[in-house]
Design a protein around this ligand. Structure first.
Ligand SMILES: Nc1ncnc2c1ncn2[C@@H]1O[C@H](COP(=O)(O)OP(=O)(O)OP(=O)(O)O)[C@@H](O)[C@H]1O
Ligand SMILES: C=C(C)CCOP(=O)(O)O
Length: 258
């Protein structure tokens, strides 16, 4: 008798919004209460069901402040190495805090820095090899990636947003669940009610804006556009819904472009 092949463990990609985990009013300040609360939720869920988990985080008052100062965005680059390093170093500082605090919660978190592995071609198409992330997952670690600057042909470096990392890795690693934790409980309509499902950009374009905070990567409009291109459904939800998402519920807004 032939054994049934074992189902590979479910892979979850979770993005922690930079606006959630940092204090947007003050450069390079972690929002301790918010970060600790979402990391408690991650640690509890991770230890309970042992899912394969990739964490990605955004820039908030770390990356965005430096990127704005140097005029760098996802399309406008810089060839100034000091400017590029200022943005990258700020993101590594935030990443260090996230990784340390996950380890303090007994989550086997390790950093993966996109600058060292990813690049864009002249047309802006992203190449983000998932080898390191997949290798870490296979060894039982929780890779923690972050928005960064990366080489961009003809531009020097440009910003790679955490949302782009999420969609790229979710595709290449075949994620079964994708979640973006933002400051808002979901995508809001004109009456500030959470929209349950979005399946087309044009349906919601009129209510989608940028970000309330300094943000060089496009805020909510860019987020929805990215997720609609993804081959898997994704949820956008607020900080209080991290546990529900990791437990398999569908809080906030479902973005499903398929
Ligand atoms: N229709 C909308 N519904 C909800 N939020 C919206 C909408 N339009 C614009 N926004 C803004 O989008 C923000 C979320 O995008 P933002 O880029 O700040 O998210 P983030 O992922 O938490 O942070 P970061 O980009 O730093 O990682 C909200 O705080 C809100 O200000
Ligand atoms: C500004 C930088 C370097 C990171 C941007 O990542 P995001 O906050 O996910 O858009």
């Amino acid at each position: 008798m032939v054994d049934e092949p074992t189902e590979p463990d479910e892979l979850v990609v979770l993005k922690l919004g930079g606006s959630v985990i940092t204090n947007k009013d003050s450069p390079e300040t972690v929002d301790d209460e918010a970060l600790n609360s979402v990391l408690d939720a991650v640690a509890a869920a991770f230890r309970n069901d042992g899912a394969r988990l990739v964490v990605v985080h955004g820039g908030g008052s770390f990356g965005h402040v430096h990127a704005a100062e140097h005029g760098v965005s996802t399309t406008e680059g810089t060839a100034d190495a000091a400017a590029a390093n200022a943005i990258h170093s700020a993101m590594k500082r935030l990443n260090g805090v996230v990784v340390d605090r996950l380890q303090q919660r007994e989550v086997a978190a390790l950093p993966v820095h996109p600058l060292s592995v990813a690049a864009r071609d002249e047309g802006g198409t992203l190449s983000l090899p998932a080898t390191a992330t997949e290798g870490l997952l296979d060894e039982g670690f929780v890779p923690v990636l972050h928005g960064d600057v990366i080489a961009h042909a003809g531009e020097g470096v440009t910003v790679l947003s955490g949302d782009e990392i999420v969609t790229s890795l979710a595709e290449s690693l075949g994620a079964s669940r994708v979640g973006l934790c933002s400051t808002v409980p979901g995508v809001l309509d004109a009456d500030d009610t959470v929209i349950e499902t979005i399946s087309s950009f044009s349906d919601v374009e009129s209510v989608l804006g940028g970000s309330e905070s300094t943000d060089v990567s496009g805020g909510m409009a860019a987020k929805v556009r990215e997720l609609l291109d993804l081959g898997a459904p994704a949820q956008i939800f607020g900080p209080n819904a991290v546990v529900a998402f990791l437990q398999g519920e569908n809080p906030g807004t479902l973005i499903d472009g398929q």
